[in-house]
Structure formats: C-alpha cells, structure tokens
Write a protein of this length. Structure first.
Length: 483
C-alpha cells in the first residue's frame, strides 16, 4: 500500500543559495520527525532543474543527505514530472519492487540572478563524476514549424491557446483579460495564506487586469501578473513508502494514501492539434485517475490544477467539468504566478500541500500536472484514508492512440490564403508590438505557423485574430491580413 509518509517545502527570500542546498533543506525538513526513514530510502528521483545542479544531482543530494539508495535518477524536462514520479513510485511499491522512494526538486533562479555579484554557489562541493540516469520522455516540446516561427517561449504558445478560448467566448483580448482576472484573483488569496508562497499577497481582480508599468502586457491577453514566476528560490521533497515501512518507522498515524495516478499527452506539437482550445490529454489522465480511484469529480474535496498561465486552469477545469467559481477552489497553493513557478517542480509543492491538507482535514484530493505546452499530463488522487480498492494506475493506452491519430499535417512552406486558428500579439518591455505569431488553417486542411510581416505589427495590437483571413508566403512562413 503506497503512502506519502513525509513532506517538506522550503523557500529562501534573502540569502543566496543553490538548488541542491534548497533540496537538502526540503529533505531535512521532511525527515525531521522520522530520522529512521532516511536510512531506508531505496530510490532518489530528482526533478530536472533549470538551475545549475551538475550532471548527477540525485547522487549529490543523496550524498549530502547521508543516503545510500539503490538507484538515483533525474527527469527530463516537464512540469508533469513530480506527479509522474509519485505515480511511478506508488506503482513500484504496490508491485513489491521498492519500499521507499524520495521525490525531490528545487530551483534557485532568484539566487542565479544574484550570483555574479554575490558569488553564490562558488563553495559548492564538486559534482559526482558519473551522470545520473535520465528518465522520462526526451522529445522536444516544439516542432520544426514552431521553431521556424520562433514560437517557443511558453507565454506565447499559451497565449495562442487563450486566443481560442477568448474567441469562443466572444471576447476581445482586453475583455478576456478582465474575465481571467476574476478567475485568478482567488488564487492570490490562497497564496496569501501559504507559508512558502513567493507572493503571499491577495489581489483584487482589477489589480491583475489593469495594465501599467508594473503589470505590462507580455503576450495578449496576458500581463505579467497572470504569468508563472520563475525567479524563485523554492524546494520540495515528498517521501513515498509502503504502509509497512511507515509502520516500522512508527509514523503510520500521519500517512496520506496514494489512491491512483494516470498519465497521457495531447498531440505532441501544438501546431498539429486539431483544436487548440481543448485538452483531450488532460481529460484522459484525469478521467483515468479518478476512474481508477472509483471517484467522480463530485467526490473530491480539493483540487490543484496546473496554472502556469490562465488557459492551463481553464483547460483543466473544462476537462474535469469544474466551474471557475467551484466552492472547493481550483488550487491549494495559489498557483505558479503567485505561489511561484519553480521550473518543473511546482506540482511537488502541490502534492506536499495536498498531503498536509489531508492530514488535517481528511477527505480526498486531486492534483493535475502538465509539461511543455499543455503537452504531457499526469494526474494523481490522494486520500486521508486507504483507497477502498487499493492503489490503481489508470490505463490510458487506447485513448492515447485515439488522441495521437488526430494530429494534423503541418507544413513549413505555404503560399496563398489561410484562416487564423490561434494567434497572439507579443509586446516588448517598452509596450511596443514586437511579434504576432499565428497558427493558421490552409484550404487543403494542413496547418501552418507564420510570423507577421513587420509592416503589419502596428495594426494588430488588441485585436482578436482568430478567424481572420490572411495571406501566407515564404519559408519560414510570413503573413499579412487579407483585405
């Protein structure tokens, strides 16, 4: 029976620190009440970090923490990784392969910006010579079409998805921004109560929507206060063991049970997705996890939906059938723009927070995590008591085949008319329009990713581009509005 037996979350706001030091702090905090568990860790799974951690971060962490695990590993890129790691650990424990798995991750991006001036990290021990095993899907998140159009910055890709949702709601970018402020303001209230939140400040909707010097537009409709904040120093650790191991350590009274987990992906490259305003992958992972747990959405007391940008919340809520104002709330941390977005590791904080909540309040909880551009998905269900049917991993194999089969052909050259399927207008720090990438449908059913011609940029700010006729040409493709 897999259980979450210990959790730790840390934040550093003042002193320079490296990511491994934050990870060590998180582990020490998690294991402070059960030191015997430290000696029994059989596997250390480290979430890939954007911060400098060397080629063997899991090995280095184990050495610093006095552990001698059988296996050490580090993940590929992806915000889905923390939940994927926990699901994988729970299955290994249920299968009798392992008894104790430590999942840990950290980012020190704030300190990295300070490093040239402070010398932060210069005294860190030399990294181990042998690289850790790398696990996970290594495919890049952007395909040739996205790369040719320089459509790789997450905020731009997510803003494309948002444009479809706004168009369907009949809203201009400004109107959509106002609506999103109502969605995200409750997230700030949750962050204000979380001891490890980077921005523990409750904000009114108008503070999120109003554009100004400290809340500039990044990619329409998103201003800064609706975007994940990467410049944080945060770490988290979650120890998953068998119930027997928890009993042997005398800490089984406070365990949280892993009920189920499932994984899925959307059509891999964004430009090839037939509908840029839905996520069959989230629906598949969520449905499989809840189904394996024997629960419906109405049976769950708490949710944490991935929230790097508002459309991730919208797509997650739609996949689950949740209203924006569901009284149970859509986050337990405050989300990536307000709690903080520590690279790929955000959802480990969500899992740790869920575990703390279930220990004190009981019930069940759902955590949804995603990687790349609403691409890789992992869902987990947790409970204060044991699952009636035991741990189960949801099967998404058949629905994954159906999702993959819907991919559209994407071309890197096109000449002639097209219709915009999704688009955004990107602003520079001075407020000027610097780019306006679109994904467009060609008359023959193929897709093309195109960048606006420079002489078009001034006319695109504030416009709903979805459905607009354009003329595309060249390689890489460019476009102008038709007519």
């Amino acid at each position: 029976m897999p259980v979450v037996v210990a959790t730790g979350q840390v934040v550093e706001r003042t002193e320079p620190v490296d990511a491994l030091e934050l990870a060590v702090r998180a582990v020490d905090l998690a294991l402070a009440g059960a030191p015997a568990l430290r000696r029994g860790v059989q596997q250390v799974s480290m979430v890939s970090s954007l911060s400098a951690t060397g080629p063997a971060p899991a090995t280095a962490l184990a050495q610093r923490c006095g552990m001698t695990p059988r296996r050490v590993e580090v993940s590929t890129i992806g915000g889905n990784t923390p939940q994927w790691f926990v699901t994988r650990a729970a299955q290994a424990i249920a299968d009798g392969e392992l008894d104790s798995v430590l999942v840990v991750g950290a980012e020190a991006q704030r300190s990295a910006r300070l490093a040239p001036a402070t010398g932060a990290g210069h005294d860190a021990p030399a990294p181990p010579a042998t690289p850790d095993a790398v696990v996970g899907d290594e495919r890049p998140g952007a395909g040739p079409a996205e790369l040719a159009a320089r459509l790789i910055t997450p905020v731009q890709v997510y803003a494309l998805f948002e444009s479809v949702l706004a168009h369907r709601a009949g809203r201009t970018p400004a109107e959509q921004r106002a609506a999103l402020a109502e969605l995200m303001a409750p997230f700030t209230e949750v962050a204000a109560r979380h001891p490890c939140a980077w921005f523990p400040t409750a904000r009114r909707p108008e503070e999120l929507a109003e554009v100004g010097p400290d809340n500039r537009i990044v990619a329409e409709p998103y201003p800064k206060r609706m975007c994940a904040v990467l410049g944080v120093d945060q770490g988290a650790a979650v120890l998953v063991t068998s119930l027997a191991a928890a009993r042997a350590a005398g800490v089984d009274d406070d365990v949280v049970f892993c009920w189920s987990g499932a994984d899925a992906s959307d059509v891999w490259f964004p430009s090839a997705r037939p509908d840029l305003g839905t996520s069959p992958g989230i629906a598949a992972a969520a449905g499989a996890a809840l189904g394996a747990a024997g629960l419906g959405v109405d049976d769950v007391e708490a949710f944490d939906l991935y929230s790097c940008f508002p459309c991730a919340v919208e797509l997650g809520a739609a996949a689950l059938g949740l209203a924006w104002d569901d009284p149970r709330g859509l986050t337990v941390t405050g989300g990536l723009p307000y709690f903080g977005g520590p690279g790929n590791n955000y959802s480990l904080h969500a899992i740790a927070t869920v575990a703390d909540r279930l220990r004190h309040r009981g019930g069940t909880a759902y955590v949804g995590a995603l990687g790349w551009y609403v691409t890789k998905h992992a869902a987990g269900v947790y409970g204060a008591g044991p699952p009636p049917g035991g741990w189960r991993r949801g099967d998404t194999a058949e629905i994954q085949r159906r999702i993959d089969s819907t991919a559209l052909e994407v071309t890197d050259t096109a000449e002639g008319p097209a219709v915009v399927a999704a688009g955004t207008v990107v602003h520079g720090r001075d407020g000027s329009v610097v780019a306006a990438p679109v994904v467009a449908d060609l008359p023959d059913g193929r897709r093309v990713v195109a960048a606006a011609h420079d002489d078009e940029l001034g006319a695109l700010a504030g416009r709903d581009l979805v459905g607009a006729p354009v003329t595309v040409w060249g390689a890489p493709p460019r476009y102008r509005l038709a007519g």
